[in-house]
Design a protein around this ligand. Structure first.
Ligand SMILES: *Cc1c(COP(=O)(O)O)cnc(C)c1O
Length: 456
């Protein structure tokens, strides 16, 4: 069959339901725990922090298909389907017999896949009659996506942005403000937890874990607000399944059978979303695939972390999650420029990895940027550093096929564009980028502060 360079599904072929991979998992991801009582967090407890319908989705381990509300489908139509691209030029340049495909999620103003969940979360907040939502953002893609969704639905959006990013990425901040969001550098003196962190660590440039604590406090202490999160949670993977469902529909239509499916892994949402429907087939015994999660060598939660209950945030106000973690105090070394810096990993991805249903690899950032530049020059798209982790391993796999002569079909998620990451690219282009791999002692020190529940 002649496969187009770019595959776009017809409107009638687009998914109308999200897929919840938990329904097909034999070992369900462990429940979130209330940090005070250590009992599984109830719907009521979760609903104090999250929107009600999202808390329901968080707890739902059994419903395989969940209808996507009409309003969200309509919003998706503005920027979806995203293309599934056959990387003919890249294959030729590499001289590989492998076939390479990528699902490109960067064709919207937020520049990443995060809009898929942002619009869903904003929709349920609006439906509940809330006034607004709070969140954290690191590099800024999630904050941007959420600002866009809130602007569309007429909701307030308060973003706590990690201070170092707030200062280093003024353009990201301005995009969010253009969409009407209120952006505060974190830690700030607007919350108790922010003031506490500032007094303990004056001059700190902040971290995601700290911004999460501030955003949660702001939500629970402001009438008519809830907290929303752009990755890690089960509900986010559910929304992101739209990536995998579109990919699977396109593959089925053109009789493409991926052998290897690769995604970068920060909190696990794009990877989880891309692989979910394929993993469902594997779990049901209908097909087999090799899945590879790719993480930075400087923040290696799956490959070097521990599978344990841990705090999701520095201030320890969020429920505990069981996941592969480096410890909630873990902060990647300052020379790390490639994103994917969260200390933990989605409970769903963690459980699938723990059960041997997928693999994980870690890559050093100089090799990631080398892959990014090679891809940009051949395929035209300037990739986000995060996405480039998946590119790195896709290139490695394609080059291995060149040696062995295997005609594998390689599929990877290209999650976004890197226009706001030019300081990192500049470092790479100037030959000033270096690699730092945490020592076993670094990781052990951080893991020493896991919550005591794990010893019970
Ligand atoms: C946020 C982000 C990621 C990592 O987040 P996941 O939840 O692991 O998907 C990857 N790529 C881009 C472009 C992002 O913005």
């Amino acid at each position: 069959m002649n496969i187009p360079y770019k595959i776009y599904l017809e409107e009638s072929e687009l998914p109308r339901q999200w897929y919840n991979v938990r329904a097909d998992m034999k070992n369900k991801p462990a429940p979130l725990l209330n940090p005070a009582t250590l009992a599984p967090a109830s719907l009521d407890e979760l609903s104090a922090v999250f929107c009600h319908d999202l808390a329901m989705q968080e707890l739902d381990d059994t419903t395989a298909l969940i209808d996507i509300p009409e309003e969200i489908l309509n919003f998706y139509k503005m920027y979806r389907p995203s293309p599934l691209v056959r990387a003919y030029c890249l294959e030729k340049a590499l001289g590989t017999p492998a076939k390479i495909y990528y699902k490109f999620e960067g064709n919207n103003t937020s520049g990443s896949h995060k809009l898929n969940s942002a619009i869903a979360q904003a929709y349920y907040a609006k439906k509940q009659g809330l006034k607004g939502v709070t969140t954290e953002t690191g590099a800024g893609q999630w904050g941007t996506a959420l600002s866009m969704a809130c602007a569309y639905l007429g909701l307030d959006c308060k973003v706590y942005m990690v201070k170092v990013s707030y200062e280093q990425k003024p353009f990201r901040r301005e995009v969010m403000r253009t969409y009407g969001a209120n952006v505060t550098p974190s830690p700030s003196d607007t919350t108790n937890v922010g003031r506490k962190i500032l007094s303990e660590f004056p001059g700190t440039t902040g971290s995601l874990g700290c911004a999460i604590s501030e955003a949660v406090e702001a939500a629970v202490s402001t009438e008519g607000y809830r907290y929303v999160l752009g990755s890690v949670l089960n509900q986010v993977l559910l929304h992101q399944s739209v990536i995998g469902l579109e990919t699977m529909a396109a593959c089925d239509k053109y009789e493409i059978k991926p052998d290897v499916i690769i995604g970068c892994a920060g909190g696990g949402s794009n990877l989880g979303g891309l692989i979910s429907p394929f993993m469902g087939r594997k779990l049901r015994g209908e097909a087999d695939y090799q899945f590879i999660a790719v993480e930075p060598a400087s923040c290696p939660s799956l490959t070097r972390g521990k599978f344990a209950y841990d705090f999701c945030d520095t201030g320890k106000v969020c429920p505990l999650a069981k996941m592969y973690t480096l410890g909630s105090g873990f902060i990647p070394s300052p020379n790390h420029a490639g994103g994917l810096r969260y200390h933990g990993m989605s409970s769903i991805v963690s459980q699938l990895y723990h059960d041997g249903l997928m693999e994980a690899r870690s890559c050093e950032q100089t090799s990631v940027f080398e892959a990014a530049v090679q891809f940009a020059r051949i395929e035209g798209i300037l990739p986000a550093p995060e996405s480039s982790h998946a590119i790195r391993v896709a290139l490695d796999e394609a080059l291995r096929c060149k040696e062995t002569g295997e005609e594998k079909t390689i599929l990877f998620g290209l999650t976004g564009t890197g226009y706001f990451d030019m300081v990192a690219y500049q470092k790479y282009n100037d030959g000033e980028m270096s690699d730092y791999i945490p020592t076993d002692e670094d990781i052990a020190a951080s893991l020493a502060n896991l919550p005591p529940t794990n010893e019970a």
